[in-house]
Design a protein. Sequence first.
Length: 279
Amino acid sequence: MANHNFSIEFFPPKTAEGTEKLRLVRAKLSELHPKYFSVTFGAGGSTQQGTLDTVLEIMAAGEEAAPHLSCIGGTRESIRAILQQYKSHGIKRLVALRGDLPSGYGMSGEFRYANELVEFVRAETGDWFHIEVAAYPEVHPQARSPQDDMQAFVRKVNAGANAAITQYFYNADAYFHFVDAAQKAGVNVPIVAGIMPITNYTQLMRFSDMCGAEIPRWVRLKLASFGDDSASIKSFGLDVVSDLCQRLLAGGAPGLHFYSMNQAVATTALWNRLVSNSV
């Protein structure tokens, strides 16, 4: 466990109550000593201030934090201003993404793809930031083909990324196949596996439909069979996801990035299961 790179993702809270709740969640998850916490950035930069506020609060508590930065809807000037702001606060890590279009937006902004954002960050700030980019083991939902998707990933890495974090998935073979293909295409940065704990079947189905993550049929049917029995869903989910994590780490994954959904219980349970199985 100690040699791996573990990180945990939050989204910026939108209410005072959410902010207070996240403080408690972060304090709990800090006990796991992740390498860093990342904080998402809303469509079209809609949570930009919330992202920065959350990152600064994490840093003030003595933890490392990485804001997400998406370029859709952004201009060179607006992204430059954000980068300068991040630098002035001593932020050294960044998750650089194309990002989603806010609803009702046309294709706007001066950046179309994440590789253009990574190039711009490097041109503006040199080696100041450790940059992570996104990877899609089951193919980006908007990609024309797996080959096109891999070429896009290679471009992002070659533009200056230090590492990648994958979209979540439940099929370890998809991850290993993607990593092999990336290495054959000349990628040699760490590709950290994104992990989504399973706690709510309806929510998971909705997210997976949106982002193109496949829920294996046997998992889907089993979850559906539990109906509203949330304890059974969580127990089965913990078994499935902890088995996935163990297989990934045993197979050489350099680390895990937990999509916490601003909750502490599921990520902590997964962590404890992994630690007890690695002793």
